[in-house]
Ligand binder design. Structure first.
Ligand code: ATP
Ligand code: MG
Length: 290
């Protein structure tokens, strides 16, 4: 695993493409003086705008290393945004605030409890002023894409966690964000549903060709989904390694049985554990190997 650009695009070619997200020495501290806490320090990277193929960046690292901070800075969300120092350029410009071109999906699903599934999916289109008929037609299409037909008139509380997460993904992707930011989106799901969700994400992402940043505690998920894996370390939170991995061209069940896949996940796991706190200090340490 050497540090390279995405395998599908030669290094020189990628370097000449427009930059989609650029971090230059980005540092974020919370608090002041002796109580200041550095969430991320001196983080620099470039994600290029690859033609017709969005890149998928998987972010891994121990708890507290700043994964959510990094994602929320790209999203432009308070209190993580703006950073304390450094430069964040998205679509060639410094970002000022959150915007629908950067969609966020997190573990909490963020659905509106008083709206039906269909209206939750159509909600963003309503905010954009689309007519009721058109937005409901589009939302119905998305119900199919995330395999939720028949649940249009249900409320979020009537759905399982996996179904709620699919609603949340549809509600975000229907707005066609150029950048999708996912913070441990499948963390609360059981392993079988989680694999189905990974496949679904790959399918939708291939269709939509947006760039995805996904934070995950599962190394297998990172290696399966990612074009590149950003490995972060803690104290201070920082980006320590960028690893290129193959694109998912098979189901997770098939891919995880391949020796190269196992080798890559084991190696990444080993490197993570070198940086991680001593055994027992990290909550759910076994979760790395999920
Ligand atoms: N709103 C906040 N106010 C103060 N400190 C914060 C805030 N958000 C994050 N931090 C601190 O910044 C550091 C990085 O937090 P962050 O949530 O980005 O980590 P993480 O890698 O996402 O962790 P986890 O895997 O547990 O979700 C931590 O020390 C955390 O305590
Ligand atoms: Mg987090």
């Amino acid at each position: 695993m050497e540090e390279t650009k995405p395998q599908s695009i030669p290094v020189q070619a990628a370097a000449s493409l427009p930059e989609l997200v650029t971090f230059r020495n980005v540092t974020k501290s919370f608090g002041e003086g002796p109580h200041a806490r550095v969430a991320i320090k001196d983080v620099s990277f470039i994600v290029h705008d690859l033609p017709n193929v969005g890149e998928l960046i998987a972010i891994v690292g121990p708890s507290g290393c700043g994964k959510s901070t990094l994602l929320r800075i790209i999203a432009g969300l308070l209190p993580h945004f703006p950073p304390t120092s450094g430069e964040v350029i998205v679509f060639g410009k410094p970002i000022e605030k959150a915007s629908a071109d950067r969609g966020v999906v997190d573990q909490k699903y963020s659905l509106l409890p008083h709206l039906t599934v269909l209206d939750n999916i159509a909600f963003g289109l309503m905010l954009r002023g689309m007519s009721r008929r058109e937005r409901r037609d589009r939302a119905r299409e998305w119900m199919g894409k995330v395999d939720l037909e028949g649940s249009e008139d249900k409320y979020p509380s009537e759905l399982s966690g996996g179904m709620q997460q699919r609603v949340s993904i549809a509600a975000t992707l229907i707005l066609q964000p150029k950048i999708l930011l996912m913070d441990e989106p499948f963390g609360a799901l059981d392993p079988k549903i989680r694999l189905q969700m990974q496949e679904l994400l790959v399918r939708l992402w291939n269709e939509q060709q947006g760039t995805v940043f996904i934070v995950t505690h599962s190394i297998e998920e990172a290696v399966y989904l990612g074009d590149r894996v950003f490995r972060m370390a803690t104290n201070p939170g920082r980006l320590v390694e960028i690893v290129s991995v193959p694109r998912p061209n098979e189901s997770p069940e098939v891919m995880r049985k391949r020796p190269e896949f196992t080798q890559m996940t084991q190696e990444l796991l080993r490197r993570l554990e070198e940086d991680a706190p001593a055994l027992g200090e990290l909550p759910g340490r076994h979760a790395w190997a999920k």
